[in-house]
Design a protein around this ligand. Structure first.
Ligand SMILES: [Fe+2]
Length: 296
């Protein structure tokens, strides 16, 4: 039962992206994703809108993190966070200081096998920026930060950590046929709520960020976001299409640093008892409508 996962109920709250040109990157997200921009005390910049926020920092890019040093997941309350912390402590996991100012005290981080941090916490009682929503957001389609995806060269180690240690629940596997027979995994989708995935990983030749995504309410919202991008002369990088795993409608754009960003709708909801499904490693699995983005 997925409800038995100590992680169950945790949702993606924010991620951090690093850049050698943080002001340029912040301006992109401010305009393209209709967010307000605020300097934070630690020298980073907060971009936030309704149900979406991210932190942009000056380049701390390492080979391991590729410029996306952490993803932060939010528990619904402090009791759940403390129970999760106790679960990890009992398993001997090294808990590290929380690297984000956006969570209340009690938050902490853990490092995954690739060196990227996963942060767990609860929101502050009151968001000090809640009264400063960007003016352009009125009447704009919604966009809830919903999932983050990484690429890795060591899928086995990453799967063991995310499943067995952190408690992410596998939803779908993507498999390729090996030349000598048998099959190998090329992607795994994980959930921490009934939504099909809040986190996923793709096999690649190196560890790097893959993309993050904002969930909207319907196909017309996708149209409106695409029209909004068109008004800014931001070309769609991939899509529109429909993913096999998740069955979600999507398009992606690329930010000035090459990070991919997705607008998604109709992401599947899963039942607790749903078994892991399998997809072939084909373009069609990644995009039922047309060309796929093949990471390996
Ligand atoms: Fe996605």
């Amino acid at each position: 039962m997925t409800m038995n996962s100590p992680l169950w109920g945790a949702e993606l709250d924010h991620i951090r992206l690093d850049s050698t040109s943080p002001a340029q990157l912040a301006a992109f997200y401010r305009n393209a994703f209709v967010m307000a921009e605020h300097p934070l005390d630690d020298g980073t910049t907060l971009l936030h809108g309704e149900n979406r926020r991210l932190i942009i920092g000056r380049d701390g890019r390492t080979e391991a993190t590729g410029g996306q040093p952490f993803s932060a997941f939010r528990f619904p309350d402090g009791a759940r966070l403390e129970a999760y912390k106790a679960h990890l402590t009992a398993r001997g996991v090294n808990l590290m200081p929380c690297p984000t100012p956006l969570f209340a005290s009690g938050a902490f981080a853990v490092a995954d096998p690739d060196g990227r941090q996963m942060v767990f916490g609860v929101a502050h009682d009151r968001d000090e920026f809640e009264d400063t929503e960007p003016a352009g957001q009125v009447g704009h389609p919604p966009g809830r930060l919903q999932h983050v995806v990484v690429a890795t060269a060591d899928l086995a180690a990453m799967m063991a950590f995310y499943e067995n240690t952190l408690g992410f629940v596998p939803t779908d596997h993507v498999l390729c046929d090996n030349e000598g027979g048998g099959q190998s995994l090329t992607a795994v989708f994980y959930r921490s709520t009934p939504e099909h995935h809040s986190f996923a990983m793709f096999l690649s030749d190196t560890a790097r960020p893959d993309h993050h995504a904002y969930e909207v309410s319907c196909w017309n919202d996708i149209r409106d976001w695409a029209d909004h991008m068109a008004g800014l002369e931001i070309k769609l990088w991939w899509g529109p299409g429909r993913h096999g795993p998740g069955n979600n409608l999507f398009f992606m754009v690329e930010d000035p640093d090459g990070y991919k960003v997705e607008i998604s709708a109709e992401l599947e909801s899963m039942a607790d008892t749903d078994p892991i499904r399998q997809w072939p490693h084909t373009e069609r699995s990644l995009n039922l409508w047309g060309p796929g983005w093949m990471r390996s």
